[in-house]
Write a protein that binds this ligand. Structure first.
Ligand code: PLP
Length: 970
């Protein structure tokens, strides 16, 4: 059918859409395709379909009170106007955040490259070898610099990593003590986040000078090295003493300092953690950055977050994968080691690649240069008569300035555009970094000297530099000798290395990623561009607030829109993942009950279908988890809920309920469920990670939820980044507003009875908020509503098409699903001997990433197309899954043997199908080209099916000298 042409009649001016109109570009199916899909569903209009899918009890038809949609250019201009209200001074504030130079080759080819930023978490190793290698580089870098045996592939930030260390040490410690000691000279935000964490867990957190640690019967301690004043303490004896007392030691540290300072692993640390931001990741007003976490091999099963390991594929070729996956955090629910799901993969990749780019010599040089400049500054300040607080240093000096402090800090800013840290008692902190030059030092000396002539020049003071490193702790280059850190120091080599890694993977730039519950929708270029603007990227989180006016306007506007869309009274943007949002929300509920003298409420009800992060977060918030059954339709079993409410009435703190349900349905009893919980004095926590089926058609704040988190990295277009970053804002009803999380370094952050901070910085991952701001600005109420409706249309169309080959589990009352559906592949297992794994791996031969596997239903697939996919792409995907069902039937018929067919052998590598011998019961063509479109565009998995059991039996989490693993597999 020929499409109608715009020129067939003369349109009016208002019909002539602006060329940068975004809505039509974001939404996949055009009007003709939508008509065809509705017809296939036997529905007259999109409105009719939505009416069938969304229960009338919660249906909203009123338009959300947001501005009109903007075109791409218009929105960029509007955001530019806000960005221009930020002031980019050079922040030498330190506190774990430093200026850094993102190598342009990494900025352009990783940070700004959809091949990297649109990838999913590497659960499917065969299509993730590229990003897995980058993560392994990150782990190896951390292992080498910290001197530990094992590192994970990132945590959310340094402060939460410290809190995770505390929790892990308590789990592994033999001590019965509940006491944990923190270095009084740890970064203040780290202490504050640990305090927030310790309280509900019943741990006693004591802030102390490390010299006083011995003899206090603590199960663990944390020291900062170098500490927040810049001092480089020698903790070797202390650690020995503490170990003698059965106390474990965590060290918060700095990777650049470790290029010149002895690794904590060599002096006995049990956990080493910190922020990898200064390895090429922009400041972004606080995040996102990858925290690192390293420990002993013996604690591998207790480590929070994900670990990348080495295994082999079916041909014995080395292949990477996420190790110990079954142990992966939240999957163990309330027994989980932590609630970490989304972490900081994209940023960890950048930091690891920064190390590859500079190599060991380059890193040592950067560290030595920073230290030398600091030494010159120290000499100059001495000459000017200032006293240094810290005797030893790497890159940070704390200087006694007495009553001159304010004047000096003001002069540094006014005359030199430099921000300094102001500490108590007239002390000034100065942290140098790789962007500093001799001119920076001159400017600093001038700021301290005032009108007086400084009479010295940093460029000529090399010989006078004070050596701040304790001789016993200085370090030469004994790190990063693996090939990956020594091979790609020219841009040509780096460019090709990045390209090689990227080509191994499937991300959204290749094909639809239909992962249920993950909402892998378009991450538009116009949304991504502002992330790189220096006005957003180069602001220090603790810069004076009047330098971040544009940031706060942008964030406030986004928070305000999120509140309006969801019907909540207020929204905090602080949590840096969905699971952190859950944790924050539960702490708000806790604070609310306590404020009413009902702190004894200790039970949280959670339906069995909940995402594993829910029970894990509840546990962290100090709650006892009681499960509630689900009925045959995947809804909360209201009878069981009533019984559980009755049983725990006096102790009921609340219910965590996912909406739409994890089975992809709108349950109609939701209002009734909320009312029952309220009746019993409980609060309702809604897991709104997946708002994609709700915006504009229902309003959670109005159907009874008191608090909810929403994942900006799902519904609001922040790309998944291969497993992070994310943002998990929390919306609250009015009565919870006073408790919104605060921050020790920002008195305006949070409510007037604020709970402690959830993460290291007041705005969490502020640097990626522009993405969601752009999305909401460009969509407006109209576009967001159309997106929801189209997501529902796409999911229902997909369910309809797939029902030809598979049962579709769980539908709402009118036989409709919400924005995703569960495809029951168990029929193929039962009737043809083909597992859900076989189906998932065979999809790779078709160029597709598998849908969500075995969650929430073991053995089934959960498929979510999102509104961004066109009918053509959805059809192509459905054809693939239907072809797979037909192939399985051939196995059932005996055309192909059970043990040798294209399904059980999938995915097929290029090496396999081009090998001289081919001994299979099916043809090479059947193996590699099961669909015609593949003739024009074929993705080849770089490895065949990866052996998970082998990888766990032989856990290796370091960069392999490749040959070693080939031998091991033989
Ligand atoms: C994704 C998801 C979460 C967890 O979000 P993270 O950002 O990965 O921590 C929680 N609940 C549901 C239903 C989700 O889909």
């Amino acid at each position: 059918m020929a499409k109608q042409r715009q020129s067939d009649r003369k349109p009016s001016l208002s019909e002539l859409a602006q060329s940068d109109d975004f809505i039509g570009r974001h939404i996949g199916p055009d009007a003709d395709e939508q008509q065809a899909m509705l017809k296939a569903l036997g529905v007259e209009s999109l409105q009719d379909l939505v009416d069938q899918a969304v229960p009338s009890t919660i249906r909203e038809t009123e338009r959300m009170p947001l501005g009109a949609p903007m075109g791409e250019q218009q929105a960029l201009d509007a955001l530019r106007a806000l960005a221009d209200q930020n002031r980019q001074a050079k922040s030498l504030i330190g506190l774990g955040f430093h200026n850094t130079i993102t190598p342009p080759v990494i900025q352009r080819n990783v940070l700004e490259n959809p091949g990297w930023y649109t990838a999913y978490t590497p659960y499917q190793p065969e299509i993730s070898q590229g990003r897995l290698e980058a993560l392994l580089n990150f782990q190896q870098m951390v292992i080498d610099l910290t001197g530990m045996e094992l590192a994970n592939a990132s945590l959310l930030d340094e402060a939460t990593a410290a809190a995770e260390a505390m929790s892990m040490m308590q789990r592994v410690s033999k001590s019965k003590s509940k006491r944990f000691l923190v270095d009084a000279n740890a970064h203040p935000q780290t202490i504050a986040v640990m305090r927030t964490r310790a309280e509900p867990l019943g741990l006693e957190l004591v802030v102390e000078t490390p010299a006083n640690f011995p003899g206090q019967e603590a199960f663990g301690v944390l020291v900062q090295y170098p500490d927040t004043t810049g001092e480089v303490p020698d903790h070797r004896k202390l650690v020995e003493t503490l170990h003698g007392e059965g106390t474990l030691v965590a060290v918060a540290t700095d990777l650049l300092a470790l290029c010149r300072l002895q690794a904590p692993g060599t002096w006995g640390a049990d956990v080493v953690l910190g922020n990898s931001q200064r390895f090429g990741v922009p400041l972004g007003y606080g995040g996102p950055h990858a925290a690192f976490f390293a420990t002993h091999d013996k604690y591998k099963r207790n480590v929070p977050g994900r670990i990348i390991g080495v295994s082999v594929d079916t041909d014995g070729t080395p292949a990477l994968r996420m190790a110990l996956q079954t142990r992966e955090q939240h999957i163990r629910r309330d027994k989980a080691t932590s609630n970490i799901c989304t972490a900081q993969v994209l940023l960890a990749n950048m930091a690891g690649l920064y190390a590859c780019w500079h190599g060991p010599n380059g890193l040592w040089t950067i560290a030595e240069r920073v230290h030398r400049l600091t030494g010159i500054l120290a000499a100059g300040l001495q000459e000017l008569g200032f006293t240094r607080v810290n005797t030893q240093f790497f890159d940070t000096l704390t200087v006694e300035a007495g009553d001159q402090a304010q004047t000096i800090v003001k002069r540094a800013l006014d005359d030199h555009e430099i921000n300094l840290r102001v500490l108590d008692g007239g002390r000034i902190g100065i942290a140098l970094d790789e962007t500093c030059t001799p001119e920076t030092v001159d400017a600093l000396l001038q700021a301290f000297a005032g009108e007086a002539e400084i009479g010295m020049q940093a460029a000529k003071m090399d010989g006078k530099a004070v050596d701040g490193l304790p001789a016993a702790l200085a370090r030469g280059i004994d790190y990063l000798d693996h090939a990956n850190f020594n091979a790609v120091h020219t841009e040509t080599e780096m460019l090709r290395y990045l390209r090689r890694l990227q080509s191994k993977d499937i991300a959204l730039d290749r094909s639809m990623i239909p992962l249920g519950s993950c909402t892998m929708k378009l991450n538009a270029a116009a949304e991504m561009q502002p992330v790189s603007w220096p006005e957003f990227a180069q602001i220090h989180p603790f810069a004076p607030k009047d330098q971040a006016v544009g940031y706060h306007k942008m964030a406030d506007d986004l928070a305000d829109k999120l509140a309006k869309m969801t019907g909540f009274h207020a929204v905090t943007l602080q949590p840096n993942s969905g699971a952190q949002g859950e944790y924050a929300g539960l702490l708000l509920i806790r604070a609310y009950h306590e404020s009413r003298g009902e702190g004894h409420r200790s039970v949280v009800l959670i339906p069995t279908s909940a995402h594993g992060t829910n029970p894990a977060s509840a546990k962290m918030a100090g709650y006892q988890v009681q499960l509630v059954d689900c009925d045959d339709h995947g809804n909360v079993d209201v009878e069981d809920l009533k019984a559980k409410i009755d049983k725990h009435r006096d102790k009921l703190a609340g219910l965590m309920v996912t909406y739409p349900s994890t089975h992809g349905v709108f349950e109609s009893a939701i209002k009734d469920i909320c009312a029952r919980v309220h009746d019993a004095g409980g609060q309702v926590y809604m897991d709104g990670a997946n708002l994609n089926a709700l915006l504009g058609v229902a309003n959670p704040g109005r159907f009874g939820a008191d608090v909810a988190h929403m994942n900006l990295h799902k519904t609001f277009c922040i790309p998944h980044g291969g497993g992070g970053p994310g943002v998990g804002p929390v919306g609250v009803a009015e009565h919870l507003t006073p408790f919104l999380p605060g921050h020790p370094l920002d008195s305006e952050c949070g409510g007037d009875q604020a709970i402690g901070p959830i993460c290291a910085t007041p705005l969490g991952s502020a640097g990626i908020l522009p993405i969601s701001w752009m999305y909401t600005a460009m969509m407006g109420a109209e576009g967001l509503t159309r997106a929801t409706e189209t997501a529902i249309l796409n999911a229902n169309y997909l369910a309809h098409r797939l029902s030809e080959g598979y049962p579709i589990l769980y539908r709402g009352e009118n036989g409709r699903v919400a924005h995703e559906c569960i495809v029951d592949t168990r029929v193929l297992r039962d009737e043809c001997g083909i597992s859900v794994d076989d189906v998932a791996k065979r999809l790779i031969d078709f160029g597709y990433h598998a849908p969500t596997m075995s969650w929430p239903v073991a053995g089934a697939l959960m498929v979510e197309p999102t509104e961004s996919e066109s009918k053509a792409e959805i059809d192509r995907f459905c054809e693939a899954l239907l072809t797979i069902a037909r192939e399985a039937r051939e196995v059932e018929k005996g055309t192909w043997p059970q043990a040798d067919n294209p399904l059980v052998n999938a995915p097929h590598t290029l090496a396999q199908v081009t090998a001289d011998s081919w001994a299979h019961a099916y043809s090479r063509q059947d193996a590699a080209y099961p669909a015609e479109h593949l003739l024009h565009d074929k993705y080849w998995a770089p490895v065949s099916r990866v052996d998970n059991a082998y990888g766990d039996r032989h856990l290796v989490c370091t960069c392999p000298p490749i040959e070693a693993y080939r031998e091991a597999a033989e």
